[in-house]
Write a protein that binds this ligand. Structure first.
Ligand code: AMP
Length: 470
């Protein structure tokens, strides 16, 4: 997952600043790279680099971006090989019919096939970014099409995967969500224009009014203050919003498909308490992502909610990390227990998820040292057992602790008195408003979009080549 944002106004204004506020509001969706492209009557300026919004987009960068009618921004979440300036977005590309800037969230399953197809036509790539492949495909389609929206619709017929993207042409701001609706995207209104954003929290951050979600498969085009919707790919296919958006990714003040994230996480905690009750003195949450579910667990169980941890908010990239032998210190610097909450108590500690189990082993050690008598770990996500091909990065499925171990074994491995996960069939019950449907492939291995192209040797070869610096 990543964060994307676009703004289109009818008059020339300081749109870079709005995109900066949005990048700051969407920072939780990606911390690897950040960038903005501004469009002033068809003249594009782009600034992007490795780092957080506040590191990359300083006063000088915003001054250089200048004013315009439109801007897009992107925060990248990615694997190590993607973290360099070449992979940062927006991708801004000049082509025969004009200029295009693109920022993308998600993952295209058949990206390596699409890349190869372009390479065989002589297209040269500068990055390992799927956004560059998508841009290349759009430009190829635009050569034949009469408009960029037609090129977008043509390209969508070739794309397999989970994608939400914002695209800027000299005249138009375009927002696209894949037909399964795996990644979120929404529309907001300004007094003189529109914004498109991964999450509603950024619409609020720029002073806009939330209008609605972009429908799965929908293409929205904003030109001269007017919004046009193309619904060619809004079909009856099962919808599959990533359940991790509700569990972990999205910000608690955002609303996705009509469901408030905080409220949904509270519901997950309540369902978890019903499914896995245990006698205890206090319920605490792991900051920040476990707090909402912990509150739900406490509400449902009637066990008091306590603040069990202090998380230091000021650790950024500039923090001088301890040397290897002092590594354990870093954990204490980031997170510490509040001993008066946990000392001599039976503690239920709720986290949003247990992926490899490294984080839980650490916070359990901290709680034990602070004097907790019993520690019962509860995860508001079901057991994470398989790979995600739609944008959630994990090292290898073999590192997933639930893939090969039972709850009892995990408890022993991480040093807890008990461990329990939300049963996967409970997940959908936390979502109150009629949600089009959830993707739970990482918990069930039922993939709504065929992942086989991503598993092909060719896909691995492309990655290997890029990894070797070719
Ligand atoms: P671990 O079990 O040590 O791999 O880490 C689990 C923790 O990582 C959870 O507490 C989550 O808050 C966080 N987390 C869950 N999913 C992701 C993800 N896709 N990317 C980064 N962090 C995640």
């Amino acid at each position: 997952m990543s964060g994307v944002f676009g703004v289109s106004r009818t008059k020339k204004q300081d749109v870079a600043k709005l995109a900066y506020y949005a990048a700051f509001a969407l920072q939780h969706r990606g911390q690897e790279t950040c960038g903005i492209a501004v469009n002033d009557q068809g003249v594009f300026k782009t600034y992007k680099d490795v780092g957080l919004a506040t590191d990359v987009l300083d006063k000088e960068a915003l001054r250089r971006l200048g004013e315009g009618q439109m801007a897009i921004g992107q925060n990248l979440y990615g694997t190590k090989i993607q973290v360099n300036r070449f992979n940062a977005q927006p991708m801004t590309i000049n082509h025969i019919k004009g200029t295009l800037a693109l920022g993308m969230d998600g993952a295209i399953v058949n990206a390596s096939r699409l890349r190869k197809e372009l390479e065989l036509k002589g297209v040269i790539f500068h990055s390992v970014s799927e956004a560059e492949i998508l841009s290349g495909q759009l430009i190829q389609a635009r050569l034949e099409a009469s408009s960029m929206e037609e090129a977008v619709l043509e390209t969508m017929s070739k794309l397999r995967g989970a994608y939400s993207f914002v695209l800027m042409t000299p005249q138009k701001l375009i927002g696209v969500r894949d037909p399964y609706g795996v990644r979120p995207l929404c529309i907001g209104k300004l007094d003189d224009g529109y914004v498109i954003s991964s999450e509603s929290c950024a619409v609020v951050a720029v002073g806009g009014e939330f209008v609605r979600d972009v429908r799965p498969g929908e293409v929205v085009v904003i030109e001269d203050g007017e919004l046009t919707s193309y619904t060619d790919y809004c079909n009856d296919k099962p919808k599959a919003l990533c359940s991790f958006e509700y569990i972990y990714f999205a910000r608690p003040d955002s609303v996705v498909e009509g469901n408030g994230i905080h409220e949904t996480r509270m519901n997950l905690g309540k369902l978890l308490a019903k499914a896995h009750p245990v006698d205890a003195d206090v319920v605490i949450g792991v900051p920040d992502s476990g707090l909402n579910a912990a509150m739900g667990y406490a509400t449902e169980s009637g066990i008091p909610y306590g603040i069990g941890f202090l998380k230091n908010k000021y650790i950024g990239r500039s923090f001088i990390a301890p040397e290897m032998e002092e590594r354990e210190l870093l954990v204490r610097i980031k997170l510490n227990a509040i001993s008066s909450t946990v000392k001599d108590k039976r503690v239920i500690v709720v986290d949003d998820s247990i992926v490899r189990g490294v984080t839980s082993a650490r916070f359990i050690r901290i709680l034990r040292e602070a004097g907790a008598k019993e520690i019962h770990v509860r995860s508001s996500a079901p057991p994470f057992i398989d790979e995600c091909f739609y944008g959630t990065d994990i090292d290898s499925p073999e590192t997933l602790i639930s893939r090969h171990h039972s709850e009892e074994e995990i408890a022993e491995m991480i040093g807890a008195d008990s461990v329990a996960f939300l049963p996967v069939e409970e997940l959908i019950k936390a979502v109150k408003k009629p949600c089009p449907g959830l993707c739970d492939a990482c918990f069930t291995a039922n993939y709504p979009i065929d992942p086989s192209p991503a598993k092909e040797p060719m896909a691995k070869q492309v990655l290997q080549r890029l990894h070797d610096g070719d």
